[in-house]
Design a protein around this ligand. Structure first.
Ligand SMILES: *Cc1c(COP(=O)(O)O)cnc(C)c1O
Length: 391
């Protein structure tokens, strides 16, 4: 008898299981598989952060439980970064809470605000955690389609009024995974007005806020007037500093939202290893931060250019994304996104992600993650060009 709780049974089936199986089968046959599926940086965490970690991990004072509210030094480092980078002042006591990776906070924010039967507004396609956190809390996800003709920004006017009235949280993510889209200041202003009208909390996922190209620099939601009144913003060291395995992020913004999340967390987890928080401090305060990021952005920009050029040569109509390390491209006519991904894997040994994995409105697209070196990426693109034309 299946005794698992409904919330576990209702989890969507793991969409990539079938593809994972095919990848394994291909590898067993000796095919050289190139994985452009998962958005996990291939470069190491910079030395200056690793060195600090090595020092801190050896200190016995760091081996005890961390303070519930996080290390003061880490909260101050994040505040310093927001002021420097965004011109936003944050109170390190009340407006910043460290997270065990931003996914943790993104999943838990629904438990802080969404009562069973309440609605959360969720972008689709999108990072699956917004909807999963909503469901776990007993909430109802109301999808906001991200359409190409609207530059992959949700059309707030087409959110049903009834859903907007019942809504507690509105999730956004710019620069966007999976579409690579970026938000304008005007759009964020519209969101502030919408949030005020319906008394919503905006949850902005800013995981890719440092990975942008060609002089474009993403803005924080807290930069726009009234932003801090309505929003909590989630930041991550994962993509910025190649630290996905370390599990460190933060939430900043509206003090009521930050406090609610902090209160929830103190009852659930016991914070982040102090050594990791000190490494996080180093990430932001060391003068090597900017040169490191400059190099990282150049690395992804070169890869982006390789992928975009090859896809265009194969007939894809494609603009180069201004940010993130993803390429979001339409599948050729006659395929679903799953079918196209299977076709690519079988014909070329290249693994990409079907858009359907990010929601209903991801159908018709696939995502390339630029997380292999240039030589491998070039090889992958040659194979794709040899196997398929867009039209
Ligand atoms: C990678 C990613 C995260 C970051 O997760 P961490 O838990 O901080 O590693 C959050 N949101 C999006 C959209 C992502 O792609």
């Amino acid at each position: 008898m299946d005794r698992t709780a409904e919330r576990i049974r209702l989890l969507p089936r793991y969409l990539f299981a079938e593809i994972d199986k095919k990848v394994k089968a291909a590898q067993e046959k000796g095919i050289d598989v190139i994985k452009l599926g998962i958005g996990d940086p291939d470069s190491p965490t910079p030395d200056y952060i690793v060195k600090r970690m090595q020092e801190e991990v050896a200190r016995p004072t760091n081996h005890t439980y961390p303070p519930d509210e996080g290390l003061k030094e880490f909260r101050e480092a994040v505040a310093g970064y927001y002021l420097r980078r965004h011109g936003v002042e944050l109170d390190p006591q009340k407006e910043i809470v460290p997270l065990i990776g931003s996914k943790e906070g993104i999943a838990h924010i629904s438990f802080c605000f969404t009562n069973p039967g309440d609605v959360n507004l969720i972008p689709d396609p999108g990072y699956p955690v917004y909807g999963i956190g909503t469901l776990f809390a007993g909430g109802i996800p109301q999808i906001m389609p991200l359409l190409k003709e609207k530059s992959f920004l949700p059309d707030l006017q087409s959110v049903p009024v009834e859903a907007a009235r019942r809504a507690k949280l509105l999730f956004l993510n710019y620069p966007n995974n999976p579409t690579g889209a970026v938000a304008t200041r005007e759009f964020f202003k519209e969101v502030v007005a919408f949030a005020r009208e319906y008394n919503l909390i905006v949850c902005h996922d800013a995981a890719y806020n440092e990975l942008a190209f060609d002089d474009y620099r993403p803005i924080s939601f807290l930069e726009v007037a009234g932003g801090k009144d309505v929003a909590i913003e989630f930041g991550s060291l994962s993509k910025t500093f190649n630290m996905t395995g370390w599990r460190i992020g933060y939430a900043v913004g509206n003090s009521l939202a930050v406090e609610a999340l902090y209160r929830f967390k103190t009852n659930l987890d016991s914070g982040l290893f102090k050594a990791i928080q000190y490494a996080g401090v180093e990430a932001f305060i060391n003068p090597q931060m900017e040169p490191f990021l400059e190099e990282l952005r150049n690395l992804y920009r070169r890869r982006r250019d390789i992928a975009v050029k090859a896809l265009r040569e194969a007939g894809w109509p494609l603009d180069a994304p201004k940010a993130t390390f993803y390429i979001w491209a339409p599948v050729p006519e006659g395929y679903t996104s799953q079918e196209f991904v299977t076709f690519l894997l079988e014909e070329t040994g290249v693994v990409v992600t079907p858009g359907r994995g990010f929601g209903k409105y991801g159908e018709g697209y696939f995502r390339i993650a630029l997380t292999v070196n240039e030589e491998r990426l070039q090889e992958a693109m040659e194979r794709i060009k040899g196997a398929v034309r867009f039209r």
